[in-house]
Every structure is written in structure tokens, then in C-alpha cells.
Design a protein around this ligand. Structure first.
Ligand SMILES: Nc1ncnc2c1ncn2[C@@H]1O[C@H](COP(=O)(O)OP(=O)(O)O)[C@@H](O)[C@H]1O
Ligand SMILES: [Mg+2]
Length: 252
């Protein structure tokens, strides 16, 4: 089924985020099988939300997949442990897997798709989608990208690399893969300082079930978290005051 045609009537079961006060604001957690975009400027706490989300799953005995655009997975583990998330033991036991998104590999999407299909992960994080949307993966002749076929999604179209249609194809492709019946995904997206858009690619916000906006008010030395959208959920639109401490994100 295409991501745009998703009809999901099962809204009862909720996936807790690992941040209890956030769960309270969204009827107990993220809708099962949903994709939620965590958008914000650099340093706004997007990655830390992902840490909470992974830790919660691991505490519940769930298998978790962390797709990262940061090659230095060791650094991620170190940064996480400094905030009190001790992921190494779960990597060792096989419950948590990190995959570096290597754009030099033309089969990157196939690898991710197979991992999600066969890995038994109930939680997937993509941190972040921004390089995915901006990096040409399928350059065929130095200028154009040819988008390979996926199940039920066949095209032989050539699209100029780096163009808006190419960006959209990448975002749609990765969203299709994350739109798996067995997992619930968090996707982070970098937005430039002062932008009114909810993602740099300006398309991912339309393809997801939920949007959490992370904000910095530097002049007031404050941080805010706003739920902008959440499928089948009545929620407040009011920005919530948060802080980041040694234990991660805390609501004030
Ligand atoms: N131990 C800590 N105590 C307080 N704040 C921290 C700590 N560790 C990180 N931070 C804050 O979190 C920010 C990084 O959050 P992160 O989730 O990585 O941001 P991004 O939105 O770029 O992913 C840092 O810039 C810093 O402000
Ligand atoms: Mg980050």
C-alpha cells in the first residue's frame, strides 16, 4: 500500500515515547504503526528525543533500529551514555542495531528495506532525514538519477539530481520503507534557523502521521516542544516548556 493511501483504523494501541509527560499530551503515546517527524533547528533536542524513544523500547524488551546519518556510531553511543542512556549492552545483545546511511552505496534503500522487513523491529529511528533528501543516491550518468523500482512502485523516470523532484522522490522512498506494518517510526528533520517550514525538504511534513516541533528561544534561554499534528489524537497546540538536563528531556 502506498504511504498516501494508508488507512489505519487501529488507533487504540499507543507506543510510549519514554517521556511520560509527552505521552500524556498525545493520548498515551504515538499511534501504533505511525511515522512522526521531530523537527527543529540544530541543538533543539531532536536526537535526545530519539534516545528516549529507543531506551523505552529496549526497557520493554523490543527490538530497535537506529538509522543514522552520522558515521561515528561510537560517538553516538558516547553522547547517549553521557545523558544516561546506556545503549552498548543492547547493541551487544542484538536488541539495538545502528545502521549508518551510506549514500555511496547505491543499494542503501534496499538494505534498509530488508532490515526493516526481516529484522523484527518494533521501533525505528531515522536521524536525520535531511541528508537523505539532499544526497543523490542513484546517479546514472553523472547528471540524472534513475529511481529504482520498489514493490508496487515502479518507475523508469530520470530526474535531475539535486532537483526538487529528486528530493521528493528520496523522501517518499524512505517514508514508504518506514511505513511498515510492524514498526512505529521517529524521523528527525533539520530546519534552518528562522524558517517557517517544518522540514528543509518541505515535503516530509505532508507524509507523516505526527509532527513534534522542537524550538529554541535563545534570547530567553528557553526551549519549547510543540505537538503540531498527531493522527487520531486530540492534542494541545500550546508550546510546552522543556529543558535538557543530564537525564535528557524534562518538561517544566
Ligand atoms: N548533559 C547535558 N546537560 C544539559 N544539556 C545538554 C546535555 N547534553 C546535551 N545537552 C543539550 O542538548 C543539545 C543537543 O541536543 P540534540 O538532541 O543532540 O540536538 P539536535 O536537535 O541537533 O539533534 C546540546 O546542544 C545541549 O544544548
Ligand atoms: Mg541530532
Amino acid at each position: 500500500m502506498d504511504v498516501f493511501e494508508k488507512v489505519n483504523t487501529e488507533v487504540d494501541s499507543r507506543i510510549t515515547t519514554g517521556i511520560p509527560r509527552l505521552d500524556e499530551l498525545i493520548s498515551g503515546g504515538l499511534p501504533n504503526n505511525s511515522i512522526t517527524l521531530v523537527s527543529g533547528t540544530p541543538g533543539s533536542g531532536k536526537t535526545i528525543i530519539c534516545y528516549h524513544y529507543m531506551q523505552e523500547g529496549l526497557n520493554n524488551g523490543e527490538k530497535c533500529l537506529y538509522l543514522t546519518s552520522d558515521e561515528r556510531v561510537k560517538n553516538i553511543l558516547k553522547q547517549a551514555s553521557e545523558l544516561g542512556f546506556n545503549f552498548q549492552q543492547y547493541v551487544d545483545s542484538g536488541y539495538l542495531k545502528f545502521i549508518y546511511l551510506d549514500f555511496n552505496k547505491s543499494d542503501m534503500y534496499v538494505e534498509i528495506e530488508n532490515e526493516i522487513k526481516n529484522g523484527g523491529y518494533s521501533r525505528v529511528v531515522l536521524d536525520s532525514i535531511t541528508p537523505v533528501s539532499e544526497m543523490p543516491v542513484w546517479i546514472s550518468d553523472g547528471i540524472n538519477e534513475v529511481i529504482p523500482s520498489f514493490d508496487g512502485f515502479k518507475t523508469t523516470k530520470k530526474i535531475p539530481a539535486g532537483s526538487i523532484p529528486a528530493t521528493r522522490m528520496h523522501v517518499r522512498s524512505i517514508m514508504r520503507i518506514l511505513n511498515n506494518d510492524n514498526c512505529t517510526a521517529l524521523v528527525t528533520s533539520e530546519i534552518p534557523e528562522g524558517s517557517r517550514s517544518l522540514s528543509r525538504d518541505t515535503i516530509s511534513e505532508f507524509l507523516v502521521d505526527g509532527i513534534i516541533l522542537m524550538d529554541l528561544d535563545t534570547s530567553m534561554d528557553r526551549r519549547k516542544l510543540t505537538i503540531r499534528k498527531m493522527r487520531a489524537t486530540k492534542h494541545t497546540l500550546k508550546p510546552q516548556d522543556i529543558t535538557i538536563t543530564a537525564g535528557g528531556i524534562q518538561f517544566l
